[in-house]
Ligand binder design. Structure first.
Ligand SMILES: Nc1nc2c(c(=O)[nH]1)N[C@H]1C(S)=C(S)[C@@H](COP(=O)(O)OP(=O)(O)OC[C@H]3O[C@@H](n4cnc5c(=O)[nH]c(N)nc54)[C@H](O)[C@@H]3O)O[C@H]1N2
Ligand SMILES: Nc1nc2c(c(=O)[nH]1)N[C@H]1C(S)=C(S)[C@@H](COP(=O)(O)OP(=O)(O)OC[C@H]3O[C@@H](n4cnc5c(=O)[nH]c(N)nc54)[C@H](O)[C@@H]3O)O[C@H]1N2
Ligand code: SF4
Ligand SMILES: [Mo]
Length: 743
């Protein structure tokens, strides 16, 4: 007997609603949920393979604990005993910073990851915090922090209403979008063209997204900040700056004009390899459009001037009056956002409140660069303790961060390591304990992170589609028990963690004048929460205190978990609307257009104008049927064009004697790899491209299918020393490499 169940897809940022077909305890099919308020039936090949991803026979079913050097199956009780016994002595002997925490990308794709890591970090008090953000979007957090005073205030392009989209260093036709949650991103781009809007794409590769565009500019990798600075310069020079309704909310416009005055199109043209006329046209089109949005992603973040480029994206949105207006770039308002406080000055955003021990890298948003993880483990310094124990949650830095070979060695030298991961992969193989979460069909889902980045305000929640198999533990409970084991409370009831958070949150809310529960009794409020378990009660709490919430009775028709459960396909909360000045948290209470740390970094950008370009540089690429490092074990998603090949332009191939399909050796500062060449004019001259997340040939893993076509680890070409200095973000694109045919 088969039945259906709804499940929000956790496999990328688009958050599509799926209808799963279930036979017994197995997912046998997945299609787009046509009634989903947001995704309206859209599905991609990864979502369609949800059943295969869910049922991968290599997913771990029980915890693993290392005994006599070998990882062996163990009970949950033994596993958490081992975690407490491994972590506590390190904390007690060497202090909290000796315990490192690594949070990987799927942390933002699970409910557990949304609810528990902040509690873990607060409980441990460690500064050794590393996440996938510093191989991804940290530059955007830093630029938002500096411009708006809140690192999480990230404007999202109004895809469905804009007349003009300038899309930079993103390839949503493969990635399905990032820092812009939009199910059916490809369809939305086609709709933009169909309604007479224009799409400009800046990318060194002629991607599927670029092929959709009215104009494709194949920029030299790493040069976006220069091109965007020149675009801003043209707006000033030609009198095209028009802040409109933003005027009272902006300061620093004259300082900005002065700061970019020498970045003329003529000055940057050569470094960008884009002619000055094109840059001028770009600026004029942006200014002339009725509405326009500038949107940039990973290709502008993972570069030497990532923070400057990210900042300039919003600067252009401001200068053209498109920030915070329909059709431009707007701040979403998610259902689980905190109760909006009244507008006014805030504390602002500070960088470098502490520095990493070895490389002296400034923290950003409480994090140190993932590129510095290996050195923080393997290097002793007089200043403090190296990282001796590691908690890795949904993270595979051995493949996703620079120089996996060094990290491999460093992880082997740890006193203790625990991984919360469904796979025994390149990173988890170093762990002393592996705690496997259940497959997604057995987990509840709500998108805490992506709803704050969505092109439409909406809220959805799906309960587990299949009950937990015997012997499984919910990932929320795994996290709660891990927190207890790490903080000296091993053995306590895991619901204590949820109760603690609920108590603290309500305790604070009743004291806030702007809260709907101001002055009420926190215990009385806690007793009103509904839900089957701690995580559901916490979701209820956030919904009820949030901007659309029922305020525990203050707004009787507002949101609560019970109300959301009555709407299994979600609740639409309307299009994005203007919100300024409320989201601003800068000391001035305004948008600070030229923040100090940015101004201080501009001379480095100016100096880049004089640097001779490298002969050959490397960029990455994504494939629709892949996802970072962990989806190469599903046969339905591998093969065909989803392969780890080196894209190289025909002219470069000819010059270097490289022929299509033949192996080529690629050498970078961190090492070398050999991959088959794919000669294609889809990359510009002087640029080669390798995808990341491959290199599944290490011993001691349990990824049988991935091992049959392992590919190579592109990040072995990096030594981890190249960073965007403001954000600590790794430079993964525009990296100089040597390429040679293998004889
Ligand atoms: N060269 C290069 N390198 C890159 C990039 C690039 O473009 N080029 N991209 C970077 C980016 S944007 C990112 S985000 C990082 C990603 O880097 P990581 O986050 O380190 O890697 P992922 O492959 O996303 O997966 C992390 C782990 O999560 C596990 N996992 C999957 N589902 C779950 C779950 O439900 N619960 C738990 N607990 N674990 C789960 C997987 O088994 C895997 O071990 O890679 C970065 N690395
Ligand atoms: N199918 C699939 N979907 C994914 C993922 C995946 O691995 N596979 N990963 C997910 C994650 S974690 C993330 S963060 C998002 C990322 O989402 P996107 O940012 O859309 O990711 P990419 O497809 O890598 O697109 C980046 C583009 O930047 C270009 N580029 C490289 N260097 C430069 C440069 O210097 N300047 C400019 N202008 N462009 C440059 C590259 O050629 C590439 O086409 O995707 C998410 N979705
Ligand atoms: S686009 Fe992303 S969220 Fe939607 S079905 Fe595909 S993988 Fe899942
Ligand atoms: Mo990412």
């Amino acid at each position: 007997m088969s039945r259906t169940a709804l499940r929000i897809c956790p496999l990328c940022e688009a958050t599509c609603g799926l209808t799963l077909t279930i036979d017994g305890t197995r997912v046998t099919g997945a299609r787009g949920d046509r009634d989903d308020v947001f995704s309206k039936g859209f599905i991609c090949p990864k979502g369609a393979s949800f059943g295969a991803v869910d049922a991968d026979p290599d997913r771990l079913r029980t915890p693993l604990v290392r005994r006599d050097g070998e990882l062996r199956e163990a009970t949950w009780e033994d596993a958490f005993d081992a975690v407490a016994a491994g972590l506590r002595p390190v904390v007690e002997r060497h202090g909290p910073h000796a315990v490192g925490v690594v949070l990987g990308n799927p942390t933002v794709h699970t409910m557990a990851g949304g609810l528990y890591p902040p509690v873990l970090l607060a409980g441990l008090g460690t500064r050794s915090v590393f996440t996938a953000s510093t191989v991804d979007q940290m530059p955007k957090h830093v630029s938002s922090g500096l411009l708006f005073g809140d690192a999480y205030a990230i404007p999202v392009p109004d895809l469905d209403r804009t007349d003009h989209l300038l899309l930079i260093g993103a390839n949503p036709l493969e990635s399905n979008g990032s820092l812009c949650t939009a199910p059916d991103f490809p369809g939305r781009l086609k709709a933009l063209r169909a309604r007479g809007g224009t799409l400009t794409v800046i990318d060194p590769r002629r991607t599927r997204t670029a092929k959709l565009a009215d104009r494709h500019i194949a920029i030299r990798p790493g040069a976006d900040a220069l091109l965007l600075a020149a675009t801003a310069q043209v707006l000033f020079e030609e009198g095209l700056v028009a802040l409109g309704e933003l005027t009272p909310h902006v300061e620093g416009i004259d300082e900005l004009r002065h700061a970019v005055r020498d970045f003329t199109p003529e000055a940057v043209a050569q470094a960008c390899d884009v002619d000055a006329g094109t840059i001028r046209a770009l600026a004029r089109e942006l200014a002339a459009a009725r509405t326009a949005a500038v949107y940039a992603r990973i290709g502008t973040c993972t570069v030497p001037h990532g923070t400057l480029a990210s900042w300039l994206v919003d600067v252009l949105n401001v200068l053209t009056g498109n920030l915070d207006r329909p059709g431009g770039a707007l701040f979403p308002q998610a259902a689980t956002d905190r109760t909006p406080r009244p507008a006014g000055p805030g504390r602002g955003f500070t960088l470098g409140r502490w520095h990493s021990r070895v490389g002296n890298h400034p923290e950003a948003k409480g994090e140190l660069p993932l590129s510095a993880l290996a050195e923080e483990i393997d290097t002793a310094t007089p200043e403090g303790e190296p990282v001796r124990a590691l908690i890795a949650i949904a993270a595979n830095p051995v493949l996703s961060a620079p120089d996996g070979a060094r990290l491999d060695k460093a992880l082997d030298g740890l006193d203790f390591m625990v991984s919360v991961d469904p796979y025994l992969n390149e990173t988890a193989r170093h762990a002393d304990v592996v705690l496997p979460p259940p497959p997604p069909a057995q987990s509840p889902h709500h998108d805490f992170a992506f709803n704050t980045l969505a092109v439409r305000n909406q809220v959805r929640y799906t309960r587990p589609a299949i009950p937990l198999e015997p012997g499984r533990m919910a990932e929320t409970e795994i996290h709660a028990r891990l927190i207890l084991a790490a903080t000296g409370m091993h053995g306590a009831d895991p619901s204590a963690v949820d109760d603690l958070v609920i108590g603290q949150t309500l305790g604070k809310a009743v004291k806030e004048a702007h809260s709907p529960v101001h002055g009420r009794d926190p215990r009385e409020l806690a007793a009103l929460l509904t839900g089957d378990n701690g995580p559901e009660r916490r979701l209820d709490l956030m919904l009820r205190l949030g901007p659309y919430g029922d305020g525990f009775g203050a707004r009787p028709d507002g949101l609560s978990l019970a109300r959301l459960l009555d709407h299994p396909h979600g609740i639409d909360l309307g299009p994005l609307g203007p919100r300024l000045p409320q989201p601003l948290r800068t000391p001035s209470g305004r948008i600070e257009l030229l923040p100090g740390p940015i101004a201080d970094d501009l001379p480095r950008l100016r100096a880049a104008l004089a640097e001779p370009p490298a002969e050959l540089v490397l960029v990455g690429r994504r494939h629709l049927r892949s996802n970072n490092s962990w989806m190469h074990n599903v046969p339905a998603l591998t093969g065909g064009s989803n392969r780890c090949t080196l894209h190289i332009h025909p002219e470069d191939a000819e010059r270097l004697g490289v022929s299509d399909g033949a192996p080529v050796r690629v050498r970078g500062a961190g090492g070398e790899v050999t991959a088959p060449a794919e000669v294609t004019d889809g990359v510009r001259r002087g640029v080669v491209s390798l995808p990341h997340g491959w290199g599944h040939d290490r011993p001691g893993t349990r990824l049988r299918h991935a091992g049959t076509d392992p590919g190579v680890n592109v990040n072995q070409l990096l030594d981890g020393s190249l960073l965007d200095p403001l954000s600590g973000n790794a430079v993964l694109n525009g990296v100089p490499v040597d390429v040679a045919a293998v004889s």
